[in-house]
Design a protein around this ligand. Structure first.
Ligand SMILES: O=C([O-])CC(=O)C(=O)O
Ligand SMILES: [Mg+2]
Length: 232
């Protein structure tokens, strides 16, 4: 699954559903809280870059980008400079990319919003970089976003809750599971509204009784037994 196909399938899901799917199959839940500058959603293969003070590394990455890739910028979480703005967003869009994810700050917010390419970042700041550091040898191979180091073998998903990284070769399986979690949650929601409480649906009273007898019983174990979905 690539580019547009992946985005179409993710369009009916959220990062929360896929994060819960990761938890269920025992994958690390590689999420980061970032703001959606343009409010859009993104799903695509990671195009990793490490930024050291100049946009040239982005332009170099675009030279070998594939349709639907997402530029994932490691700026070390710095909050003293913006590392990408509307020029980078526009060039990314023209190169066929489907979004930009920044572990750092952006600028040119209004122009980025007008371009419409989904951009996720820690926030905005007027100044660009005032430094230029040496470029590491793996600057176009890996990016560290929060505590997660990602490569071309990863897919990034982004929405209003932030971003999530998943292994590209597990995406179909994770989407299948995320869809079933979403369907369960929708069914539960559809019953809460007319008055059948979540506690009733997940037999919460039974859980409290069972936990009194066996304090090691967790709510997650109980949810699995009754096939409910809330937190995974
Ligand atoms: O932050 C930078 O220097 C890059 C920039 O402004 C842009 O892409 O428009
Ligand atoms: Mg600019």
């Amino acid at each position: 699954m690539r580019g547009v196909g992946m985005l179409e399938r993710f369009d009916e899901l959220t990062t929360a559903h896929v994060a819960d799917a990761c938890l269920r199959v025992g994958l690390p839940v590689r999420t980061v809280s970032l703001t959606a500058v343009t409010g859009g959603r993104v799903a695509g293969r990671v195009l990793p870059v490490q930024h050291v003070g100049s946009v040239d590394v982005f332009l170099e990455a675009f030279e070998s980008a594939a349709e639907g890739d997402v530029l994932v910028i490691d700026n070390g979480g710095r909050r003293d400079e913006a590392c990408a703005g509307d020029m980078v967003a526009l060039e990314a869009k023209a190169a066929g990319l489907s979004g930009v994810v920044i572990w750092g700050l952006h600028r040119d917010t209004v122009d980025i919003q007008a371009i419409g390419l989904p951009v996720f970042s820690l926030g905005a700041m007027p100044t660009g970089p005032l430094r230029l550091d040496p470029q590491p040898a793996d600057a176009l191979l890996t990016a560290t976003i929060g505590e997660w180091t990602v490569t071309r073998d990863d897919v990034v998903l982004g929405d209003e809750d932030g971003v999530l990284f998943v292994p590209a070769d597990r995406i179909g399986e994770l989407f299948d599971l995320a869809e079933s979690i979403r369907d369960t949650e929708r069914r539960q929601a559809a019953e809460i509204r007319p008055g059948r409480s979540l506690r009733e649906q997940v037999r919460f009273a039974e859980y409290l009784t069972a936990r009194a007898a066996d304090p090691s019983l967790t709510f997650r174990q109980h949810l699995r037994a009754v096939k409910g979905a809330v937190e995974e």
